[in-house]
Design a protein around this ligand. Structure first.
Ligand code: BJW
Ligand code: ZN
Length: 246
């Protein structure tokens, strides 16, 4: 690490962490970038001529379910061989070392679970789960699926069990996330552009409730100036520094 100020910041963050009672970490696509997962709004956030956000909508699925399934099957193929990186692994150690820990993730890639984190709230679902809009059944299925996969129970077209734009988040998961955000005394926001609600406002909510906030991101976000500390850099390099020797 080049700048002395970054070293000072890491010490300050570690001091805060040592005194924390309930640590909340909110992650976005950036934490998985070093594992090889494309982010949404950066370079590489494209499949064919589409941006991910063009296909991650209920309207796109209604219009052309085959295209949307092709997109998710392609992402399953990309994700299947990928492994967690040192950023995910640092959060596993952090969970073991603090009194209370909640990991809120916007990611659907399952890499936090693969790394060994336990108390995970997946706000936007999980790409390895499919849901039947007909009978509501949710099942885990890690295969690349047929072009138009059908529910074994009722025959309806299955969909990825993820949250698309304009859809409500799972209320049970959202309630648990808000509970954690309102009670935390230390919150770390990692690798998210802070543009998608309701996750984007969670940091500000925690701050209003008195938490100390740190952001780890390659670049500044719309919320950076409101947080107590910001470290610009790769989460796979910064998180191990923050979480070591606690
Ligand atoms: C690194 C790095 C490295 C890179 N190290 N950092 C209030 C106001 C206005 C609008 C709304 C509102 N409330 C709700 C809405 C509508 C909408 C919304 O937020 N719109 C905005 C665009 C304004 N929200 C919704 O529709 C949500 N539903 C909802 O709230 O229901 C109630 C409601 C509906 C309508 C109106 C009002 C209320 C649902 C949102 C679902 C989001 N779904 C997706 C797709 C999931 C499935 C899939 O993957 O296919 O979730 S969209 C996509 O964005 C995905 C992500 O989880 C999400 C966030 O992206 P993220 O993680 O931040 O990624 P990036 O790429 O944007 O950023 C990466 C960051 O990493 C960058 O900052 C890099 O610098 C950094 N980085 N490498 C550290 N190595
Ligand atoms: Zn069904």
């Amino acid at each position: 690490m080049k700048a002395v100020t970054d070293v000072d910041k890491v010490h300050r963050i570690r001091d805060r962490l040592r005194g924390a009672q309930h640590v909340v970490v909110l992650t976005g696509a950036g934490i998985s970038a070093e594992s090889g997962v494309p982010t949404f709004r950066g370079e590489g956030g494209l499949w064919r001529e589409y941006r991910a956000v063009d296909l991650a909508t209920p309207q796109a699925f209604q219009r052309d379910p085959r295209l949307v399934w092709e997109f998710y099957n392609w992402r399953r193929e990309v994700l299947a061989p990928l492994s967690p990186n040192p950023g995910h692994e640092a959060l596993v150690r952090l969970e073991q070392r603090v009194p209370r820990f909640t990991l809120i993730t916007q990611n659907i890639d399952g890499l936090h679970e693969k790394a060994g984190s336990h108390n995970i709230l997946e706000l936007h679902g999980n790409i390895w789960h499919v849901r039947c809009p007909g009978c509501g059944t949710v099942t885990e299925d890690r295969r690349v699926l047929p072009p138009m996969p059908l529910c074994a129970g009722c025959g309806q077209l299955l969909r990825p069990h993820v949250v698309w734009f304009g859809e409500n988040l799972d209320p049970a998961i959202l309630t648990r996330a808000y509970e954690a955000v309102q009670r935390t005394d230390f919150m770390m926001i990692v690798g998210t552009s802070g543009t998608v609600e309701p996750a984007a406002s969670m940091g500000m909510l925690a701050k209003r409730k008195g938490a100390w906030l740190v952001e780890v991101n390659l670049e500044a976000t719309p919320h950076t100036s409101f947080y107590d500390a910001s470290i610009l850099g790769k989460s796979g390099e910064i998180l191990p520094l923050i979480c070591e020797a606690l």
